[in-house]
Design a protein around this ligand. Structure first.
Ligand code: HEC
Ligand code: HEC
Ligand code: HEC
Length: 136
């Protein structure tokens, strides 16, 4: 029953959200504009995990996240100020910023990217004959 409801909510969100980019594939986003340089592991944003809990609009309209991996110039100061991830990761809606390693869990030196996305692989399909890159 609960699963069914979640499914319905998902469908509704997709239908209601209308002309949002159709190619969103909700894979993990690796965000590494500043982390490596600051001696921190890159941040990982599990898109799908969040997507099933919130509508696109919550983040991409209300919180102002641009639709681009690494495109928001997020910093810890902004997060602590309650912007971006910090709008929820404040110990209230979700666990707070003290849990550094829950976000900074990327492999050092992983560039900013969307990781593990089937749609992305289709869109940026290599020339025929080139083996598809492995999922991991
Ligand atoms: C909890 C917040 C949240 C929700 C909900 C959310 N997103 Fe995102 N989205 C993000 C963040 C964070 C990024 C990465 C931005 C960055 O790296 O600065 C992102 C990146 C993206 C991107 C660019 C990367 C990619 O995957 O190609 C697209 C497109 C996108 N989101 C679409 C959507 C759509 C469509 C929905 C709803 C179906 C959605 N998002 C729901 C937070 C969210
Ligand atoms: C809710 C997720 C989250 C948590 C928790 C978190 N960070 Fe971050 N942090 C980010 C994101 C996203 C960025 C931007 C990453 C990038 O572009 O390299 C970032 C950037 C950084 C940077 C790069 C320089 C700067 O000032 O922005 C440092 C250093 C950093 N975090 C340290 C920490 C430490 C230390 C903690 C724990 C006290 C922590 N972070 C907790 C998400 C988080
Ligand atoms: C709209 C609210 C919202 C925003 C914005 C948001 N998160 Fe979350 N996040 C959540 C909630 C809710 C959870 C689940 C918390 C729990 O299980 O206690 C979560 C969980 C997570 C988890 C753990 C996933 C797992 O598998 O358990 C990570 C990692 C994470 N967030 C990173 C981020 C990063 C990085 C950002 C910013 C780029 C961000 N979040 C922005 C609400 C948000």
């Amino acid at each position: 029953m609960k699963k069914w409801l979640a499914g319905l909510a998902l469908l509704t969100a997709i239908v209601v959200s209308g002309p949002e980019p159709a190619l969103a594939e909700y894979a993990d986003v690796v965000i590494n504009n500043h982390s490596d340089g600051a001696g921190m592991r890159p941040a990982i944003f599990p898109h799908w995990f969040h997507r099933i809990r919130f509508r696109c609009k919550v983040c991409h309209a209300d919180l102002g996240f641009k639709f681009q991996a690494g495109g928001n110039n997020i910093s810890m100061l902004k997060i602590i100020d309650g912007e971006f991830c910090g709008a929820c990761h404040n110990g209230n809606i979700a666990w707070s910023v003290e849990n550094c390693n829950l976000c900074h869990s990327g492999k050092p030196n992983t560039p900013t990217q969307v990781h593990g996305s089937t749609v992305q692989r289709l869109v940026t399909a290599p020339p025929a004959g080139t083996p598809a890159s492995p999922a991991k």
